[in-house]
Design a protein around this ligand. Structure first.
Ligand code: 6PG
Length: 220
């Protein structure tokens, strides 16, 4: 695990962008990248250039089960900032969550052995990452590729209903980049790295065993 702390948003974006570009350069053909939702990574996605994305194909690490043009849709938020040349595979949220998850796992069949070159993830204050939430044993133990989950702290559907890559898929990736920002996340970062909660209680801890995990924390 490699952890870096930043106090400058510019340095945070530059460092994350460097990791994305290194993965794209290292890929023999198409670089398959899965992108987390949330606010933190959006400036990094926005900083990609058209020439950076021509050899990449982007997928979603997770999605909220709502129309793709909804204000809370991860697809919409990411599509709006990625270069228009970028290929971004949406999750078919018009389907019921379980069917959407199955359909997306079939989309991911284009990724050799479902092994992404890079997966960019975020961290919730409760320790969730992607849409893998605390105390969800089924999700935690899934050997599938993409599954439906429920966000227990969401106030109401549809932000509650999710589709997400599983840890089975996430931990296969060649490289993981965990992007965290905000002083309010400091306690979550401390728990992640030094705390006593179990991975079931604090799911992002499952990432710590990955040999190519990089954690970038912007303490703004
Ligand atoms: C989502 C994200 C989620 C996010 C964390 C951190 O759909 O909400 O996938 O896992 O990465 O909640 O979000 P921020 O980066 O906005 O703090």
């Amino acid at each position: 695990m490699h952890q870096q702390t930043f106090t400058s948003q510019t340095d945070f974006i530059t460092a994350a962008l460097s990791e994305v570009k290194k993965s794209i350069s290292a890929a023999e053909e198409t670089c398959f990248i899965a992108l987390s939702g949330g606010q933190t990574p959006l400036p990094v996605y926005a900083a990609l250039n058209p020439e950076d994305v021509t050899r990449a194909e982007f997928f979603l690490a997770d999605e909220r089960c709502m129309p793709l043009d909804d204000k809370d849709s991860n697809y919409r938020a990411i599509r709006e900032v990625l270069p228009e040349e970028a290929i971004l595979q949406p999750i078919d949220t018009a389907l019921p969550p379980a069917e959407a998850a199955l359909a997306y796992s079939q989309e991911i069949d284009v990724v050799p052995n479902s092994r992404f070159d890079l997966i960019i993830l975020g961290l919730g204050q409760d320790g969730h990452t992607a849409s893998l939430f605390p105390n969800d044993v089924t999700a935690h133990e899934s050997l599938g590729t993409v599954i439906p989950t429920l966000n227990p702290s969401a106030p109401h559907p549809p932000v509650r209903e999710r589709v997400t890559l599983t840890f089975n898929t996430i931990l296969k990736a060649k490289k993981l980049l965990l992007l965290i920002s905000g002083a309010e996340k400091a306690a979550a970062v401390e728990e992640l790295v030094h705390g006593s909660k179990t991975p079931l209680e604090f799911p992002a801890k499952r990432l710590l065993g990955h040999p190519q995990l990089k954690i970038h924390f912007l303490k703004k």
